[in-house]
Design a protein around this ligand. Structure first.
Ligand code: MG
Length: 180
């Protein structure tokens, strides 16, 4: 079913809402993270303390962290540098290519890797296509590219359908989630 490709394994309100300990215990070894409206507001240039400490905590738990963004090289490189993690820009998510590069750098298999991002059409769809554990986060800000705003309308329609079918806001095992 097409809808399933848009179905995240988890839906959270913020990075802080992600139970990193539980992920590590469940066998997740690496986390791919989006930049705009996930790590930092789309129109901001400074990482929040919350984002910095979240990445730090992930590393403390032994999780590898890698940025994959559709954004510009310079912006992505700067945040990756500040967080001391690898980063790939202009990834053209939902294409798999950027995710596959991240897996190579992290040294993890898809099933050992989570993706955290704020868009169903890029982060979740691309993550599901790559076989990752997908975590959909409420965007940090409602300011975003015009093209993104347009996609949000479609995203809302899909979200409604997922909710109607009870496919959203529940944590399910990978097997259960991806089986059908
Ligand atoms: Mg984003």
């Amino acid at each position: 079913m097409v809808l399933r490709k848009f179905c995240p394994n988890q839906h959270v309100d913020s990075l802080a809402g992600i139970d990193l300990e539980a992920l590590a215990q469940a066998g997740i070894k690496g986390i791919i993270v989006d930049v705009d409206n996930t790590l930092v507001e789309w129109d901001k240039e400074v990482l929040s303390e919350a984002s910095v400490s979240w990445v730090k905590r992930a590393k403390e738990l032994g999780l590898g962290v890698c940025i994959v963004s559709n954004g510009k090289e310079e912006r992505v490189a700067r945040f990756a540098g500040e967080l001391e993690v690898p980063g790939f820009a202009k990834a053209i998510k939902p294409r798999k290519k950027g995710f596959l590069k991240a897996l190579e750098v992290l040294g993890t298999k898809p099933e050992e890797t989570a993706i955290v991002g704020d868009q169903l059409f890029t982060d979740v769809l691309g993550g599901n296509r790559t076989g990752l554990y997908t975590i959909w986060m409420t965007p940090l800000s409602d300011k975003e590219l015009f093209s993104t705003k347009c996609m949000r309308r479609l995203e809302q329609q899909i979200t409604r359908k997922l909710e109607e079918r009870g496919m959203l806001c529940r944590e399910t095992s990978r097997d259960e989630e991806k089986a059908g």
